[in-house]
Design a protein around this ligand. Structure first.
Ligand code: NCD
Length: 365
């Protein structure tokens, strides 16, 4: 693996000029996933492999002995959770994933409590974390910041991996991976993800989970992506150009409700109004009833279809939908913990040990 591209051997200027698919080659170490930055790093075999590992881990964790085995795997490692943007599920599921693998954790969730408040740069902050920890998991309101930090660390004397847990309006690769895992599990015994119609609804312009998921779905055969949004919040041109280039079927519509009967999966999102230039605390109230899913809409949904949401939700899914077996968003949330555990185990090269333990215990997937 001597000649594999790494962030160490490229200037920031050259790196910035690359396309996303070109960038994706720069995040491996010794042929293995190292930094987790963008959805473009994941092809179908990587997603299948991760999904399988997540399922094995989930099954191992069903017994006390299995939980102890997992907890021993990385008990010599420490992870830093650096979240300068609000988070519940992503933060907590990464905490839980670290705990499952025995990794100790530290956190900064509010830069007003760190030296950034005194004017320290993000670069210096991240180098500080790398002095004490073996992994950084970061969320930031600044698009592309995680990539910049990965480059900085790869070129420092203490390079450690970084996982992007959501960057600006840009990407959220680990959410998209758990969405894929949820779809894989939902369509088990129903032909898998291939050939399905995925209907996205809501704020598709600023929803970073959709942007990452639209890419991951291109790895599957004959999947049609349908984007239902108000005109000013439609999916952006860069995603459509990517779909065109890969000859993927897609459709942009504003009438969400009419497409419900045709969907195999509906991916709901909230309006990301924190990006509006309004005064803090004042939401840009708009009527989103055309882009919401209610108990009434269940009647028009296929029996085999599923409803996903990265959460948090507001009113775009009414609570009377929650008890329907096709509403999988709570399961989707728990899947996040398993897929993130699988991802961290892969970064630290524990995949084969986990598989060997599972086969010794007769756990088959
Ligand atoms: C999403 C995010 O932060 O991008 N949430 C999440 O990570 N589950 C979606 C959102 O905030 O609406």
């Amino acid at each position: 693996m001597k000649d594999e591209p790494t962030l160490m051997r490229i200037s920031w200027k050259k790196y910035e000029s690359l396309s996303l698919t070109e960038k994706a080659h720069y995040f491996n170490e010794a042929g293995r996933l190292y930094h987790i930055m963008i959805a473009q790093q994941f092809d179908r075999s990587r997603m299948d492999e991760l999904g399988m590992l997540a399922t094995i881990i989930r099954r191992i964790a069903k017994t006390e002995e299995g939980i102890k085995f997992l907890k021993d795997l990385l008990s010599h490692k420490r992870a830093m959770l650096y979240f300068s943007q609000p988070s519940s599920r992503t933060f907590l599921s990464f905490c839980a994933a670290c705990q499952i693998l025995g990794i100790s954790i530290g956190e900064v969730r509010d830069t007003a409590t760190s030296s950034e408040f005194k004017g320290e740069s993000k670069e210096d902050s991240v180098r500080t974390f790398s002095s004490y920890f073996d992994l950084i998991i970061m969320r930031s309101e600044v698009g592309g910041l995680a990539e910049r930090m990965a480059w900085v660390l790869s070129n420092s004397e203490r390079p450690i991996p970084i996982i992007n847990a959501g960057s600006g309006k840009d990407q959220h690769p680990t959410q998209a991976l758990l969405d894929i895992y949820t779809l894989q599990r939902s369509f088990e015994g129903n032909g898998g993800i291939d050939g399905k119609r995925i209907l996205f609804a809501g704020d598709l312009l600023r929803g970073r989970t959709v942007r990452s998921l639209a890419w991951l779905l291109t790895a599957y055969r004959d999947v049609k992506q349908i984007f239902a949004a108000p005109k000013d919040l439609q999916i952006s041109e860069d995603i459509l150009a990517m779909l065109d280039q890969k000859k993927i079927m897609y459709q942009r519509i504003d009438d969400f409700k009419s497409l419900i009967p045709e969907a195999d999966a509906i991916y709901m999102t909230r309006i990301q109004d924190e990006w509006d230039t309004q005064k803090a605390g004042k939401r840009n109230e708009r009527d989103i009833s055309k882009y919401s899913f209610t108990g009434n809409d269940l009647k028009r949904l296929k029996k085999s279809a599923v409803i996903l949401h990265p959460l948090p939700r507001r009113s775009e899914i009414s609570t009377d939908v929650d008890d329907d077996p096709r509403a999988v968003y709570w399961r989707q949330m728990r899947n996040g913990m398993w897929i993130r555990t699988a991802l961290i185990a892969t970064i630290f090269d524990r995949k084969e040990m986990i598989k060997a333990y599972a086969s010794y215990k007769g756990i088959v997937v």
